[in-house]
Design a protein around this ligand. Structure first.
Ligand code: C2E
Ligand code: MG
Ligand code: MG
Ligand code: MG
Length: 285
């Protein structure tokens, strides 16, 4: 009967949901273990000055290699780490590891570049965020102005007043803040002008089809103008071709990041390049 069907249907979904719950718990345990066993590492992707072609920063990107699962993309595991809260201790590890590695390269090369670290919403709203950041700076010896924290629009817009307070505290520490994936979220321009930010990162979605796509050309121009009028620097993400690079440079974009220049690289692979950090990175490496 229909009723019986309905019930079995309900049972089916409920069993599926339990399975999903069990899976989430298992993944959380795996992530927790991964942290203890040292399965996480960082890849570093160069950020390039549009005019000089010189290295101005590195973005630290989390990597997870599990013996059974192999390499797992952060696109897959970061959302789970966020949902379970395990991103907090993982993020703390990322922060200290990135600051320590960056300071080591800075000292060795004598080159003054920034290290960018992604922050999750869970980390951003924590009472001890500033203490955690301060601790990573002190332990690594990295000057505050060489650290940039990347946050996303959603995190600002869900509680603009709270976010302003947190950003002001971070600014008091002397660290910088970039708005990541800009254009994909729901930024209110009215709020945007009040947030103490340093940089907009134009999302790859708008860069991908440059310069052929007219809408994306218009959007890129608009974001660069908006950023500059708000006193912010603008970095384009996901620059893969010389044509994209030329278009964005002509549009006045300040900084580039993307496969054209370099993929995110493990620290060992960057070692050799960092000694020549003052070189022209405009040549793809
Ligand atoms: P994101 O912060 O926007 O990082 C940029 C992503 O674009 C990276 O993916 C990078 O490898 C990729 N990318 C860079 N240049 C190009 C390009 O030219 N073409 C293409 N197709 N892709 C490019 P990845 O490393 O897989 O990271 C994905 C996302 O995972 C990040 O996006 C960030 O949201 C998150 N994530 C990574 N590491 C961390 C972390 O330590 N903490 C947190 N909370 N999130 C992280
Ligand atoms: Mg980022
Ligand atoms: Mg991004
Ligand atoms: Mg992105």
């Amino acid at each position: 009967s229909a009723k019986a069907d309905g019930r079995s249907c309900y049972k089916f979904y409920s069993a599926q949901m339990n399975a999903a719950g069990v899976q989430l718990l298992a993944l959380e345990q795996r992530l927790r273990q991964a942290l203890d066993l040292g399965e996480f590492s960082l890849a570093y992707q160069p950020q390039i000055d549009a005019r000089s072609g010189k290295l101005i920063g590195l973005e630290a990107l989390l990597r997870w290699r599990n013996p059974e699962l192999g390499m797992v993309s952060p696109i897959q595991f970061v959302p789970i780490a966020e949902a379970t809260g395990i991103i907090v201790p993982i993020g703390e590890w990322v922060l200290l590891e990135a600051c320590t590695q960056a300071q080591q390269w800075r000292e060795r090369s004598g080159w003054d570049f920034e290290i960018a670290v992604n922050l999750s919403a869970r980390q951003f709203v924590r009472e001890d965020l500033c203490a955690t950041v301060q601790n990573a700076l002190e332990r690594s010896g990295l000057p505050a102005r060489a650290l940039e924290l990347e946050i996303t629009e959603g995190l600002l817009m869900s509680d603009p007043a709270g976010a302003t307070r947190i950003l002001t505290n971070l600014r008091d520490l002397g660290v910088k803040v970039a708005l990541d994936d800009f254009g994909t979220g729901y930024s209110s321009l009215a709020y945007l002008k009040n947030f103490p930010l340093d940089r907009l990162k134009l999302d790859r979605a708008f860069v991908k089809d440059l310069p052929g796509n007219e809408s994306d050309c218009a959007i890129s121009h608009a974001v660069i103008a908006l950023g500059h009028n708000l006193g912010l620097q603008v970095l384009a993400e996901g620059v893969e071709t010389q044509e994209q690079r030329r278009f964005l440079a002509d549009a006045g974009c300040d900084h580039f990041q993307g496969y054209l220049f370099a993929r995110p690289l493990p620290a060992e692979e960057l070692d050799g390049f960092m000694d020549r950090a003052e070189n022209d990175w405009g040549q793809a490496i």
